[in-house]
Design a protein around this ligand. Structure first.
Ligand SMILES: NC(=O)c1ccc[n+]([C@@H]2O[C@H](COP(=O)([O-])OP(=O)(O)OC[C@H]3O[C@@H](n4cnc5c(N)ncnc54)[C@H](O)[C@@H]3O)[C@@H](O)[C@H]2O)c1
Length: 471
């Protein structure tokens, strides 16, 4: 859908008018394009005491070819970077009033084990934030609080969340800020996650906290893949693939090398065929709510199996609960939640979803925060989160990860149907002051489906531009 306000305020006249009236000026977000370099520019490095992740980070920088500068808090960085053969220098703040030149800021807080030692975070972001350019990236690395040895360390690590979420809200200009908790022993499995959060692929993902577990790092070592086509040789089932977010997911997974099997209801067959034909994928026309659908999908996939399952199909039937019919309640729960359970049960029981596979389910920020008129929808989407949290430990032994994405306001036919005032509120009430695009959800799913994301499981990642709702 067209966001006319975003276009207007980014025109010379509209920009002047918005400034003079004090109106918000959403930035045109820089998104991933295959014909442009994904990484580049300067990244400033900061660190707290005894940073444990700088070595892994230096490997990442070497792999993607960024250039770094060290803030005074990261004294260790220069010798470390030199050892890795990286070009590096000292951070110099941008002159007052000049546009920020840095592409990204990274702070390694993994060694901070007491609240009295949080000060270097202030020093680093105080000095560097103004030097960060439009659509820049902020990543803070820490240790999962719940894995910390004592309450002091847990407290200090948990405190990082408040900092990162506030930075996302303060920075504006299309800048994202995210926190990655890296469990000890999973350092070798961080590259896919860093690539996502430091690239234009995460344009609409901000204020998020992600954990990388150690067990997955072992699986990561076993998986061989090419960073340019990480899903090559993998088969991905995408439900609701005929249009909207599902069509974008199919397209991004195919661009990453997957063979996509797009599924949609029989009445959407023509649109499904048109979407999937361009991707050289295959199609399945089933209503996932039909009682026999799970068995039929399993039978259709049985011969070649599947590596990635994306549960995207979903509907809304909004009414306040007093006015909601039983049928409206039941169909939303069934399509958005119970059908996912039946499909996964069928694919997992028969081993059709292979070991080392990926399940990604589409939830919603309504499932986190609740929404008036959406008791059925929010119940179904909160249930999706429960599924992910409860199944992740069970699937670990098979190396299968399960995660959810929770989109906020995404420009699709679903949101185009909303009343004007509600739609405008949904668009603007987030740190980016705009709605997301289907591709933003799709890129997040591609990261979770990546063979290098073996340590990321049981998580819910919001794709909402750091929406104020449920923040
Ligand atoms: N658009 C948003 O802002 C937003 C926000 C949060 C979550 N979501 C979620 O993202 C997902 C996709 O949303 P969208 O905006 O692209 O919606 P959409 O209505 O444009 O597309 C949904 C697709 O699912 C298919 N589908 C519906 N019922 C089905 C069934 N029984 N069997 C098979 N296919 C079925 C539809 O035919 C359609 O192609 C949904 O799960 C939705 O709840 C969307």
């Amino acid at each position: 859908m067209n966001d006319a306000y975003l276009k207007f305020v980014n025109s010379p006249f509209g920009g002047r008018l918005a400034r003079s009236l004090g109106l918000p000026k959403p930035e045109v977000l820089r998104r991933y394009r295959a014909d442009r370099p994904e990484f580049g520019g300067l990244i400033a490095i900061g660190a707290g005491r005894e940073p444990r992740l700088l070595d892994a980070f230096a490997s990442f920088i070497a792999s993607v070819g960024m250039t770094s500068v060290a803030h005074e808090s990261a004294g260790l960085w220069v010798p470390l970077a030199t050892r890795h053969g990286l070009m590096t220098g000292r951070f110099e703040p941008a002159e007052a009033g000049s546009p920020g030149k840095l592409a990204a800021l990274l702070f390694d807080a993994s060694g901070i084990d007491d609240s009295s030692l949080l000060e270097p975070l202030h020093g680093f972001f105080h000095d560097t934030l103004r030097s960060l350019g439009k659509c820049g990236r902020i990543v803070v690395l820490g240790r999962p609080p719940e894995a910390c040895a004592n309450p002091r360390q847990w407290t200090a690590q948990r405190a990082l969340e408040g900092l990162v979420r506030s930075l996302g809200k303060e920075a504006r200009r299309g800048i994202t800020a995210n926190l990655v908790y890296v469990e000890a022993g999973s350092e070798r499995g961080i590259e896919a996650t860093l690539r996502f959060f430091l690239s234009p692929r995460s344009a609409y993902v901000s204020g998020q906290v992600v954990r990388i577990a150690a067990q997955g790092a072992l699986a990561h070592d076993a998986a061989a893949f090419d960073w340019r086509q990480p899903l090559a040789g993998r088969r991905a089932l995408v439900t609701g693939a005929a249009r909207g977010i599902g069509a974008a997911i199919a397209s991004v997974l195919a661009a990453e090398g997957a063979h996509v099997i797009g599924l949609d209801i029989p009445s959407a067959r023509d649109a499904l065929d048109a979407t999937i034909r361009q991707l050289n994928g295959s199609t399945l026309a089933f209503d996932i709510a039909a009682p026999e659908a799970a068995a039929q999908i399993a039978a259709a996939l049985d011969e070649l199996g599947v590596d990635i399952v994306v549960h995207n199909a979903g509907i809304t039937k909004d009414k306040t609960i007093a006015k909601m019919t039983d049928a409206a309640w039941q169909s939303v729960i069934d399509i958005n939640l119970s059908a996912q359970e039946r499909i996964d049960d069928a694919l997992l029981a028969a081993g059709i979803l292979r070991d080392g596979g990926r399940i990604v389910a589409v939830s919603s920020i309504s499932g986190i925060a609740g929404n008036p008129g959406q008791t059925n929808y929010a119940t179904s989407k909160a249930g999706v989160i429960g599924r992910v949290q409860s199944m992740a430990p069970q699937l670990r032994a098979r190396g299968i990860t399960i995660n959810a994405v929770a989109p906020g306001f995404i420009e699709t036919q679903m949101t185009a149907k909303m009343p004007f005032a509600l739609r405008e509120a949904g668009r603007r009430m987030n740190s980016m002051s705009q709605g997301g695009q289907p591709v933003d959800v799709a890129q997040t799913i591609a990261w979770l489906a990546h063979p290098g994301s073996a340590g990321v499981t049981g998580q819910v990642v919001r794709v909402c531009g750091q929406s104020l709702i449920g923040a």
